[in-house]
Every structure is written in C-alpha cells, then in structure tokens.
Write a protein that binds this ligand. Structure first.
Ligand SMILES: Cc1cc2nc3c(=O)[nH]c(=O)nc-3n(C[C@H](O)[C@H](O)[C@H](O)COP(=O)(O)OP(=O)(O)OC[C@H]3O[C@@H](n4cnc5c(N)ncnc54)[C@H](O)[C@@H]3O)c2cc1C
Length: 547
C-alpha cells in the first residue's frame, strides 16, 4: 500500500477537485470533519475534505487530550451521553491503541467540598455501569491513607476519601491526523491549507464551494451534491442562516514539569477557586493542568491562554499539591481553545441527534455542531446518514450500509500488540524507552520512522534539546503526514512547542533547513518558515508579559 501523504498528495487532490463532481465536500479538518470524511469514504461516496489551515489546528489540537465518558456530565443527569462516550472510549482504545491509552484517575474529596462522598460513590458506580462494566478496570473507593500512599503530594488537610477510576488519554492532534489519513486511505481527496470562502448555489441549493488554495494562492470552485460544514467554532460564520448557535466558551491549559508536581496518576479535583471540575494530567515527564471556562470574543484561531488563565490554573493546582508551589516560571507552554458548544436554546431549534451534537440541514448543506473529541465517530455516522439520505432524495441512488468505523483500525492502529512493534523498533537500534515512545506516536508505522533514522546520526538526533521527538519524525511528517509548514511540524506533529522550554525557537532555522529539501524550500522560504514559527510562538507566549 502506498502510505505517502504529502504536499504532492495535496496537489493531486486539489487538481482533481477542481474538475470533478463530488458526492460530498466536507469543510473542516478537525476531528469532526475528519471522522465524517472517513465514514463517507468508507460508504463509497466520492468524498473531499478541505481544511483552511493545518489539520487539528482548531479545537481538535487544543483539548484536554482525554477520551472519556465524562464523569462530570453525570451531575447533569446526561446518562445517555455518558453511555455513548464510554462506548466510544472502548472503540477508540481498540481502533487506535497507539494514540489512545488507558489512564487511572484519582478523585480526592475534601471536607466542605461541593461533592459529598455519597454522591461521588454513586457516580462511580453509575460510571462503571454506563460502561457496561467493560471499562479497563472498575473503580475503587480509597481511604485518606490510601490516597496519600498513592499520591503523597496531595494536600492532606481536610482530605476525607476519594476514588480511583479509569478513563483514557489521547494525542488529540495526532488522532485527528490519523483519522484524516484513514479517510484518504479509503479514497477521500484531502487537502490542508484549502479554505472555503463561499458557496456555489443554484436554484436555492448549495452545489459546492469556492476554495482558496492558501499555498498557491489561486481560487477555484468545487462541485458537490452535498456540502458538510464541520468547522467547529467557525461554523456560525459559514452557515448561511445568519443565526448564532454557538457559545464562545474558552478553555486553557498549562504545561509544567511533572517533577515539580510530583504526581504519578491523573487527578480529578474540584477547583478550590470556583468548585469546577479540573484535571492534573501526567504526560510523560510533563503535567497538564486544565482547564478554565470563560467567554471569549476572540476569533477561534487567535485564541491563546492569557495571564489570568495561567494564574487560575496554577492557583488551583497549588491548592491540591501545596508543596509544588508552582510559579509562572514553571510554565513550559500554555494553550487554549474554543469549545464548539451549542447554546441551550438551539436544542429545541435544531434536530437533537444526541444530547450534545446537533445537525442542521438546508438544501445541499448539512451543518454539524457541538460534540466532543471522544464522540466524533458517532457524530460522523449521524452526519453521513443525513448525507446519504440527501443523495438518495437527489438522484434516487441506493442508500449504502453504515460503515464499520468502530471496528476498522485507524492508520497506525493495525495491531493489538504494541510490544511486538516496540521490539521491532529496538532492533533498529533504539533504546526501550525511545522505542515505546515512537510506537505511541506512530503505532504500526513506528518501524518505518525508526528506519529513516537508522544509520543517520543527523536524523536520529532529538529535534531539539529536551524534545522527545527525533528529527526523522519531521521527515516522516512531511512524507506521510502532509506537514506543509514548520509550525505544522513543531506544534502539531512533533509537539516540540508543548515539550521544550523555549519551544526550540533557537533551532527553528536549522530545523527549517533540515526539511527544506523535502518540501522544495529555497533559503528565503526556509527563513520565512522559521520566522513564522517564532511569530506564532511569541503570540502564544504573550501571557508571560502580563504575569
Ligand atoms: C479546552 C478544551 C478541552 C477539551 N477537552 C476535551 C477532551 O478532553 N475530550 C473530548 O472528548 N473533547 C474535549 N474537548 C472538545 C473537543 O476538543 C471538540 O469538541 C472537538 O475538537 C471539536 O472538533 P471539530 O472538528 O468540530 O472542530 P475543530 O477542531 O475546531 O475543527 C474545525 C476546523 O474547521 C476549519 N475551518 C474553519 N473554517 C474553515 C473554512 N472556511 N474552510 C476550511 N476549513 C475551515 C478550522 O481551521 C478547524 O481546523 C475540549 C475542548 C476544549 C476547547
């Protein structure tokens, strides 16, 4: 199988798109659009997926990186949603075992807290029951002593008891990318840096869209029987009814060195600042603390964590891990995203297909709103059901059966034995820890990445001091992951931005030069790419000036 997925794949896709009639054009390369394109292609539809920036550059690369049933939804009685999310968690652990991994969580309760022990205990049983007792493990109730044995850094004062339960963590951007690639593997035409700037309409029906190729600069039209608006927080702007259906709820995270917090497991806790459910999450040698919840009027792609977010997150983490005494200087990186949440009034205006996502139909245009990363597959299936119904109505074609998306491995997930792949990577000269890390990023493709580095000290070297990724991963990302820009590589493919103090801005020129031959960049272009990365880092780091 040809596994290349590069700028050449993109150019071919755009050229084909310009003079083809598509069944469905999906706008938005976040997890929702990726899932829809994958599902549609698997049902045999002539499918295209276009993304204005990079895949997962929106909310899907700015989440808490959890694949979870959503314990906190139990407080709102959303049992159907939790059950659905638990089922999806199981499907993702099966189809993308390299990118989604089980994680144990401790939920400590303190005297005077908003949630009394009986309520958490009942919630825990319900959580297991809604997963049909098929979660990784069942929860356990823990005494204060047991909690402190597990996590000695927890604040002991007023600690009463708590629970250990199980959910999953995921690499959100890489999961989105893997789903995009799977859509391509099933025949979808896919392009990033291709922005929809208007719709083609005739006789009151959307018949496709006008696109700008943001790499080449030209504009052209794509003909599609059905167009799907899967643009997450951008979707109000793209629908043609002029209504505002989304809330603008911002969520921020900070990354700090794990050694500074000193925890082992993930911690779910109630923020002592305002009682909201928050997380302290282990991520290799790092810790993620999240999240905030505030209204924001900023454009979705301009959303960054601000000083207030950072202070709130550090204060909350310090309250539960008092010896950590986290300071702004401890922050390695911060990020923020906009939750594409649907306004409560929309629930009645739109067709409720689940408790959390909504589909709005106009002739030739289907819009999907809301949802979460965990449930993307259900959202995709519901949307494609509408697409095939619209196609049937249009030209009488038979309705294809549903796609086996819950059983079909996502790119890299074609294995149930990650250890065997790690052993294969070790044979290429990698230490056990590095091999495991490669396997967790690339799954069944890890040996191919390892082979790129084999015998090439330059490519076997870390991307930058302190980075877990090696330089061969950048080459792989260009050849097989449609990375077009240095920002794509360092922010979403190799996570250098999140991991490396200083974000490797010093190495930006050298790294741009490394991938320049792969991407056909001359010196000027390589310098411009390095400068663009530095500018993006500076924008995301503005909070430091106000702390
Ligand atoms: C702080 C935070 C934490 C979260 N944590 C979790 C979690 O732990 N687990 C979970 O399950 N969910 C979580 N979520 C929710 C989840 O991240 C989102 O529901 C999901 O990522 C939304 O995906 P999407 O594809 O709908 O939107 P997006 O990922 O935003 O994708 C929309 C895409 O459309 C593109 N686009 C916009 N306009 C155009 C155009 N004109 N032409 C072409 N492309 C266009 C954008 O560039 C963007 O990439 C979290 C959300 C936030 C904000």
């Amino acid at each position: 199988m040809d596994s290349s997925f590069s700028y050449r794949t993109r150019e071919t896709a755009l050229a084909t798109l310009a003079d083809s009639q598509m069944d469905v054009l999906v706008i938005g390369g976040g997890i929702t659009g990726a899932g829809i394109a994958r599902d549609a292609a698997m049902r045999g539809l002539r499918t295209a997926l276009v993304e204005r920036s990079d895949f997962a550059s929106g909310t899907s690369g700015r989440s808490s990186r959890l694949v979870h049933g959503g314990l906190r939804y139990l407080e709102h009685g959303a049992l159907g949603l939790v059950h659905e999310a638990c089922r999806e968690r199981r499907a993702l652990l099966r189809t993308a075992p390299h990118l989604v991994w089980p994680r144990s969580f401790l939920f400590p309760l303190y005297a005077g807290g908003r949630v009394p022990p009986w309520q958490l205990a009942a919630g825990m049983w319900l959580y297991d029951a809604l997963a049909l007792f098929r979660n990784v493990k069942r929860h356990r109730w823990l005494s204060k002593r047991a909690l402190l044995r597990a996590e000695p850094g927890l604040r002991p004062t007023a600690l009463r008891s708590g629970a250990r339960y199980y959910d999953a963590q995921c690499d959100d951007a890489r999961l989105t990318l893997a789903v995009v690639r799977d859509a391509h593997r099933h025949g979808a035409l896919v392009a990033n840096y291709a922005e929809v700037v208007g719709f083609e309409t005739a006789a009151g029906r959307t018949r496709g869209a006008r696109l700008v190729d943001r790499a080449a600069g030209n504009t052209f039209s794509v003909r599609a029987h059905v167009t799907v608006n899967a643009t997450g927080p951008w979707s109000d702007g793209l629908r043609q009814d002029g209504e505002t259906l989304l809330l603008r709820s911002k969520g921020a995270h900070v990354v700090v060195p794990r050694a500074r917090v000193g925890h082992t497991e993930a911690i779910t806790f109630l923020s002592p600042v305002d009682g909201r459910v928050m997380f302290v999450l282990p991520w290799g040698d790092l810790t993620y603390v999240g999240t905030t919840e505030t209204e924001s009027g900023d454009a979705p792609d301009m959303i960054v964590a601000d000083a207030e977010d950072v202070v709130y997150l550090l204060r909350s983490a310090n309250a539960i891990f008092p010896d950590a005494r986290l300071q702004p200087d401890d922050v390695v990186a911060a990020w923020a995203g906009l939750r594409p949440l649907v306004r409560p009034s929309t629930a009645t205006a739109a067709t409720a297909v689940s408790r959390e996502h909504f589909i709005i139909e106009a002739p030739g245009l289907v819009s999907i709103l809301g949802g979460k990363l965990t449930t993307y597959r259900v959202m995709a299936a519901d949307t494609v059901d509408r697409v095939v119904a619209a196609l049937h109505e249009l030209d009488g074609r038979p309705i294809p059966p549903k796609a086996p998306t819950a059983r079909t491995p996502i790119v890299g997930g074609e294995t149930d034995d990650l250890d065997a792949i790690a052993t294969e990577v070790e044979r290429e000269g990698f230490a056990a820890g590095s091999a495991r890390r490669l396997v967790h990023r690339y799954g069944s493709e890890a040996p191919a990445v390892a082979r790129l580095a084999h015998g090439d000290a330059r490519l076997a070297a870390p991307v930058a001091a302190g980075a877990t990724a090696i330089r061969a991963e950048l080459v792989h990302a260009v050849q097989r992951e449609m990375a077009l820009r240095l920002t794509d590589l360092l922010i979403r493919r190799a996570h250098v931005f999140y991991e490396v103090p200083g974000h490797a801005v010093q190495e930006a020129d050298e790294l741009a030069a490394l991938v320049a031959p792969e991407l056909g960049w001359d010196r000027t272009r390589a310098a411009a790419e390095a400068a663009a990365y530095r500018t993006e880092v500076e924008r995301r780091e503005t909070f430091r000036k106000h702390l």
